[in-house]
Design a binder for this molecule. Structure first.
Ligand code: PMV
Length: 290
């Protein structure tokens, strides 16, 4: 039996555009998924398509138990965390001997296979390594997170379907490349500017709000996301934007410390669930077995 855990993430900047080679920035968060893998000959087929794909990918038979602090289908990377923790636990339980980089690469392959071939390496990489990372095509750069970088997450509690939203954006790109491509370019440019402004919350907020507008132009907004973003800003946040695929799921806001409680109340007042969090610097780790 082997138990591993991996953190979720907030997609800070660049979601969707990152699928087309533009820069994206994500940050691992404290909330984790814990996965126990036990070798067995007659395992039941798992409910999660990600776990089923992990077992298929490494060609093993095992039972898999998941305990999660992350809401699923909400833009906080729960599928990636499940995938990463499952693959590391399989590698351990079956003594397969792959190194961290290899297993992290497998996690990206599994996500791609489960999402019709379209997935950036962002979620799986940040879940495996923790911290804050910039992903651009094959490039993966670990960023130095600013001290006191404090965010508040709000969950609309409306689940989204990442593969479906990624497919919708791909269709838009195919039918209107002259409109879609400049939007991806602008989102990429915002991510690059954001990289130099994490210690400047006011400017970061402006960039977040612009990124949100561009995501809406791509067609992945949702009235519940708009309500939560507006409520956060009215409560004193510098900026607020969705995290991940959009169409529901979570937003994250940057605000002065003095406004944190007000922003959390603002999320609640529009039927959202505030999720206080902090950066996770550890990434995937082995846990004591149950
Ligand atoms: O909603 P999530 O956590 O699955 O994030 C999806 C992020 C996308 O950029 C839309 C897709 C990807 O693979 O990067």
């Amino acid at each position: 039996m082997a138990t591993w855990s991996a953190p979720g993430k907030v997609f800070l900047f660049g979601e969707h555009a990152v699928v087309y080679g533009k820069p994206g920035i994500a940050m691992a968060i404290k909330q984790r998924v814990q996965v126990t893998v036990r070798r067995c000959r007659f395992a039941q087929r798992p409910n999660s398509p990600y776990i089923a794909e992990c077992l298929k990918f490494l060609d093993v038979k095992a039972s898999v138990y998941v305990r999660s602090q992350l809401p699923s289908a909400s833009g906080l990377g729960s599928s990636a965390a499940v995938t990463v923790a499952t693959l590391f636990a399989i590698n351990d339980e079956f003594q397969l001997g792959y190194n961290k980089e290899e297993v992290t690469g497998f996690a990206h392959e599994v996500e791609k296979a489960t999402q019709n071939g379209r997935a950036s390496a962002t979620d799986t990489y940040v879940s495996a390594y923790g911290g804050m990372v910039l992903i651009r095509g094959e490039e993966k750069r670990r960023l130095i997170p600013p001290e006191n970088f404090s965010i508040v997450i709000g969950n609309t509690q409306i689940p989204h379907h990442t593969a479906e939203l990624v497919r919708k954006v791909a269709e838009f790109r195919k039918s209107s490349p002259a409109v879609a491509n400049p939007i991806f370019d602008a989102i990429g440019a915002i991510a690059m500017e954001a990289m130099h402004n994490f210690d400047n919350p006011k400017e970061l907020g402006v960039l977040m709000n612009r990124n949100q507008s561009l995501l809406e132009a791509l067609g992945v907004g949702h009235p519940a996301l708009t309500r939560m973003n507006e409520a956060a800003k009215n409560a004193g946040a510098f900026g607020s934007k969705l995290s991940g695929a959009g169409g529901g799921g979570c937003v994250w806001a940057v605000c002065p410390r003095s406004a944190r409680n007000r922003v959390m109340n603002a999320f609640e007042s529009c039927d959202g669930k505030p999720i206080p969090t902090a950066i996770d610097m550890e990434g995937v780790r082995k846990e004591a077995d149950y």
